[in-house]
Write a protein of this length. Sequence first.
Length: 396
Amino acid sequence: MSGSAMNTTLPVRTPYMTRTRLAISLLFLMNGFMMGSWAPMIPEFAHRLSLSESQLGLVILMFGVGSLLMMPVAGAKIARYGSRKVSLTAAVAFLPTLLLITLTNNIWSGVAAVVLFGGLTGAMDVAMNANAVATERSMRRSIMSSCHAFWSLGGLLGAGLGGLLIKQIGVYGHAITLTVVAAILLTIAWPRVLADPPHPEQYHEKLRLPMTPLPWIIGIMALFSMVPEGAILDWGALYLRNELGASVTASGFAFAAFSMTMAIMRFAGDLVRDRFGAVNTLRVCSVISIIGLLIAGIATNPVVAIAGFAIAGIGISNMVPIAFSAAGNMPGLAPGIGLSVVTTMGYSGILVAPSAIGFIAEHIGLGTVFIGLPVLHVIVLLLSRLARHADGASGH
C-alpha cells in the first residue's frame, strides 16, 4: 500500500480479495489442515505407543509446552525481521512434523516429535496472526474472521479426510499425503505474503509485560473461548470412539463437523460483526456454544454428539477472532503488545489446557468433561462488553 493510502483520514478499502489476503489465507488453511490431520492420528498414535488417557494427556501437555515456549521467540523475531519472514520460515519447518510423529516408535521419540510439532505450530500461529493484522491494516478492511475461517476449513479437510485416508492407505500414506498437500499450499502462498517492515523499536517493548488489566482480561476471554476448541481437537475422536462406540472413520467427524460449521460462520463473521457489532455477536455466539457443548456431553450416540459439536462450532466460530481484533485495537496500547499477550493466553487454551482433560477424563469420563466446559463460555458472556474494542478493526 502507498503511504498516502495509509495516511488517509477516512478508511479507503481495497478490493475484497487481494494477492496478500489470498496468501495469508492459504497459510491459515495450511496450518489448520495439519492441525486437523493430527486429530484422527491421535487414537493410532496412542495405540502405537501404548498410552493410557493420562499418559496421552501428558504428551499433549508437551505439545502445548513446546508451542508456548516458541510463541515469545516468534514474537521477538517478528519485531526484528517482520512477520513475512517468520511466517514462511516457521511454515517450512512445520511441514515434516506430522510425518516425524508417524515414524516414532517409542515414548521418548514420540514426545520429542510432538514438542517439535507444538513449538512450530505456536511460532507459525503468532506469525500468521501478526501478518493478518498487517494485511488487515494495509487493506483498511476487517479480515481476521475470514483468516480464521480458512484455518477452520483446513481443520475440516484434515480431520474429515484423515480417518478415511488412514483406513484406505495407512498411517504412513496419510502422513505423506498431507505433507505434500501442505507443501503445495505453502508454495502457492510464498510469493504473495505481505512483506511488512520489521519494527525493531518494539523489540524491547515486547519484552515488557503491560501493566494495565485490559489486555489480560481480553486474554482470559480468548483463553476460555479456546479451551473447548482444544478439547474437541484432542479428545473429540477418542470420546466418540471409546465412550460412544464410533468407528475409526466416524471418530474423525467430531472435529470435522465442528470445523465445518466454524468455517462457514467465520466466513460470514466480518459481515455479521459489521452489522450487529462485536459485543452482540460475541454474546449470541457464547450462548450457542454453551448449548452445543451440553448436547455433545449428554449424547448417547455418535450422531447426537457430532451434531452437538457442529452447534458448538457455530458458537465458538467468531469468539476468538473478536478477541484477537480487540487485542489489536486496545486504546493506549501498541497493537503488537496487546496481540502478543492475548494470542499467547488464547493459544494456551487450545494447546495446554486439553492436557489436563486426560487426567480428569480418566476419573469422570469425557462426556462429563464436555458438560462442564460451557462454564468457561458463561464467563466469556459476562465479559462480553469488552469486545467493543474489536469494532475499531476496520476503522469504524
